[in-house]
Ligand binder design. Structure first.
Ligand SMILES: [Zn+2]
Length: 329
């Protein structure tokens, strides 16, 4: 590919990967159809195409009222919603391997990678983890904000515990199966425990730099460096509270996070993880951009700041692609 193309063309040719959205929960409650361009929410197939997205991660977020006893059942309902949407939107195709992503790009389709947000989904049983893998799940965030039987979430302030014995078995089994271990919502102690025990590069699907926005869900420079060393990737998140400095969230502010993560952890650890449909859906709060159709604005800003074509491609999806290749295959 010609790496000196103008930003719009560079973007259209790139493999663009978004590591996190909460669209499935949104469509399950609103019954909106991802095949149709909607005024609601941030993500649907027409807008993914306008945004030049090649692969969108679809998280299955389990709300607190389903934890812990009905977490697996709730995950299955979200899985059913995922496959209902794929049936409605024929050009939205499941991504179970890196080849599926390349095929989608070649065929002008959009690949959809299933992830679980909250390890309660497996209800303490590796057999359920294996079944979710068989149903197409390729990534899992070990916790949401609270503690579970795998690890402590980021809401457990000051907790010193890392992965439980079961948590270590989960990470090991995910590595064996070929599932991405997502550290985005982990407490710091749990994060370091994953760093110690993971046999494959972890991802932080939707987190920013704590140095720029002091939010508990953002990563410290030490964490960023550790993920960089392990060959992992961090998807920058667009939700305003994770981006803002001096009370303002903007596209330029988001790209400041990309600058910082690249400076600290290296350009190879930076990706995108919007969290679309996971924030501001009812308030109409858009943060750094209105919806996924505006992804090309990131490329324009990166080029304007002097990123080379090669660096832009890494941030847009090349780094996620490398980790998916290494872990999922
Ligand atoms: Zn989240």
């Amino acid at each position: 590919m010609d790496l000196t193309l103008p930003p719009r063309e560079l973007h259209q040719r790139a493999i663009v990967i978004d590591g996190h959205c909460d669209t499935l929960l949104n469509t399950l409650s609103s019954r909106r159809d991802l095949a149709q361009r909607s005024q609601q929410g941030h993500v649907d197939l027409p807008r993914l195409r306008e945004g030049g997205v090649t692969c969108q991660f679809f998280a299955m977020y389990i709300e607190p009222q389903f934890k812990p006893a009905r977490a697996a059942r709730r995950t299955l309902q979200l899985l059913d919603e995922f496959y209902r949407q794929l049936a409605l939107a024929g050009d939205l195709v499941p991504a179970k391997s890196v080849q599926d992503i390349y095929d989608a790009k070649r065929q002008g389709k959009v690949a959809a990678l299933l992830s679980i947000e909250g390890g309660e989904a497996v209800e303490g049983d590796l057999a359920l983890l294996r079944m979710f893998y068989r149903l197409g799940v390729r990534a899992m965030g070990l916790t949401w904000n609270e503690r579970n039987d795998i690890a402590d979430g980021v809401g457990e302030q000051g907790a010193k515990g890392g992965l439980s014995q079961f948590g270590k078995a989960v990470v090991q089994e995910m590595n064996r199966l070929g599932m991405l271990v997502d550290v985005s919502h982990l407490s710091e102690a749990s994060f370091w425990s994953v760093v110690e025990h993971a046999a494959a590069p972890p991802i932080a699907s939707h987190s920013n730099a704590r140095a720029l926005a002091d939010h508990r869900r953002n990563l410290t420079d030490d964490q960023v460096r550790a993920l960089g060393k392990l060959g992992g990737v961090i998807g920058v998140v667009f939700a305003p509270h994770f981006v803002e400095s001096q009370g303002k969230a903007s596209l330029r502010g988001l790209v400041d996070h990309i600058d910082h993560l690249a400076a600290v952890g290296g350009i190879d650890c930076v990706g995108l993880g919007s969290d679309f449909d996971g924030y501001g859906v009812s308030s109409g709060q858009s943060g750094v951009m209105d919806d996924v159709s505006q992804f090309p604005l990131i490329t324009e800003e990166l080029v304007q700041r002097g990123y080379t074509g090669e660096q832009v491609l890494k941030v847009l999806g090349g780094n996620f692609l490398r980790v998916i290749q290494a872990v999922v295959g």
